[in-house]
Design a protein around this ligand. Structure first.
Ligand SMILES: [Fe+2]
Length: 294
């Protein structure tokens, strides 16, 4: 059995030593462990589920890949140096071919990984994701030792949330759910959140012919609407007026508002930008509702 990569418990002991800042707690005082400790390479617990040593066996690797969200693994050597990447189909192919559960990761063909250097600027990160087709990047130091991982979703969240680039950031702490909202059905049609952050939520809202949202108001957000398709009647406080594609409407906090699709056919579609500090659906105070909702 090798000194390295002998399973999740072993790695857990390394992490515990790193987070406690105690080199004497390392499970064995190997070159790799010293290196990991000095550079705090695996300090971020989020990326440990994406890293395997080439000597790890296939079953532990499968467990790891099952527990990670993006279904890839990066293989590193005994010094933490990046070897390459593999995904679950690589492991499955290997199982079929060798039919041996003791096979180690080092025996499986691996792929090249797109990398950036810890000293690279954010411009390089942008180029890799936008022009070089990267789905994820391994962040390596000058010795090609793996320091962090960032996926395309994380990159998009950095852009949208305006988070300053720092290669040590725990990118896995970002909530990809903010980018991946489902379509929500309502009695009047449907909406989809395009983006949610601490300071804004942007939605596309689509009303079926003849339908209307509830007469409502919000305490914690103002809304900026742009009608992008169709025609209807808009109410804001005591005013009602005709609106159509291209019309922009400002709805201040606490203003009572509603829109109705007056068309016989075709949806009325609008883009809504909410500004405020809370965007939960429970900040909708319904004053009247055609569908009997509270
Ligand atoms: Fe509203």
């Amino acid at each position: 059995m090798s000194t390295y990569g002998t399973g999740i418990a072993y790695e857990g002991a390394i992490h515990a030593a790193i987070s406690a800042g105690r080199q004497d707690m390392l499970p064995s005082y190997t070159q790799l462990n010293k290196r990991l400790f000095q550079q705090e390479i695996w300090k971020n617990p989020s990326i440990t589920s994406y890293i395997v040593s080439s000597e790890m066996n296939i079953i532990d690797a499968l467990k790891k890949i099952k527990s990670n969200k993006y279904s890839f693994l990066l293989s590193v050597n005994e010094y933490g140096k990046l070897n390459g990447a593999l995904d679950s189909s690589d492991i499955h192919d290997c199982l079929i071919e060798y039919q041996n559960l003791d096979t180690s990761i080092g025996e499986i063909p691996i792929h090249e990984v797109k990398t950036i250097n810890t000293t690279d600027s954010f411009d390089v990160v942008i180029d890799m994701f936008q022009n070089q087709g990267a789905e994820y990047l391994a962040v390596v130091d000058n010795d090609y030792v793996l320091s962090n991982i960032i996926t395309k979703y994380h990159f998009h969240l950095l852009l949208l949330e305006d988070i300053a680039w720092d290669f040590r950031f725990d990118f896995f702490s970002l909530d990809e759910g903010k980018l991946l909202q489902d379509v929500v059905n309502r009695p009047w049609g449907f909406y989809k959140s395009l983006f949610i952050s601490d300071f804004t939520q942007v939605k596309v809202i689509s009303l079926l012919p003849g339908q209307e949202i509830s007469l409502q108001k919000h305490f914690k957000r103002e809304e900026y609407w742009t009608i992008v398709r169709g025609k209807g009647i808009m109410t804001v406080d005591d005013q009602s007026y005709f609106v159509e594609k291209g019309r922009q409407i400002f709805i201040p906090k606490e203003a009572i508002h509603r829109i109705r699709n007056t068309q016989a056919t075709g949806n009325l579609v609008l883009i809504e930008a909410q500004l405020g500090d809370y965007f939960g659906e429970d900040d909708i105070v319904r004053l009247r509702d055609k569908y009997g909702r509270d």
